[in-house]
Design a protein around this ligand. Sequence first.
Ligand code: ZN
Length: 317
Amino acid sequence: MVGDAVERLASISVDLDTLPHYCRIFGVPESVLDAAALEVVAARAIPRYLELFDRAGTAATFFCIGSDLSLPGMSAALERSHRQGVELASHSWSHDYALSRWASDEIVADLRRADEALTALTGVRPVGFRAPGYTLTPALLGAVAKLGYSYDSSTYPAVPYYLAKAGVMGLLELVRRPSRAILDTPRVLLAPTTPYRPSPTAPYSRGASAVVELPVAVAPVTRLPFIGAFATALPWPVVEATFRTLRRVPHFNFELHAIDVLDATDGIPPELVRRQRDLKVPASTKLDRLGRLFAWLGDDRQRVTVAEAARRYASVV
Ligand SMILES: [Zn+2]
């Protein structure tokens, strides 16, 4: 158990999902994406994040999709991120939302391919993984362990049901998990919200895996998900109040997406903006909010990469 004796840490991580993945979630043909739209994460989102990290003086982690490395500008943007000290972790090769249901050897092959691509790019092997759609199964956790990763950060123990009950306008829409293809086991709702060692046979329960699990931040009691879409698009007093409820959690594992620093004027097709409503919030507003939150996280916590958080919690979980 992670108790009061353990130092409180914060990790800022960004899943670098590019627009073709959003087309797949929403069933929008990828032909709506022009060259600029295909490059927007590399050309705009990554530089904006690097500037934010630099200004806030914070460590950070990017979860990278292997197959996206072939998109224009992506390899160069990730190399630059690595040089700036950002941890590059794996978000799989294919980013298939049903990855966790593939056969074990196919999952291992997918993860290994992403691993090799990232290692070839920077010379450094990734040590962490986040599953597409956040869905963890014994087969997927087994693949992460087999590759020798030290941590996984896929558990997202939020309770959308409570979001509806909370009656916050549009919240459900904003924080919808990009995992329409499959429905996760309800067991995730009872998963620990603090760092833990998962059971190899039931990853949402405590056990003795070699891999440390670092759940994505959710507010205590309400289990409201404190993720990028929440922080950038909800009324600021709601964001501030929810942030305060997370003051005592051991690991504030703040998870964001590339689109959390983009808006409709960045050349994103209207078909996607209509479906992903937080793209209507001006990027300047989002950047201002994230700058403030990144600074607040540094007020009473040390901000470290997800890999460093896993290293420090490994001996106490
Ligand atoms: Zn993703």
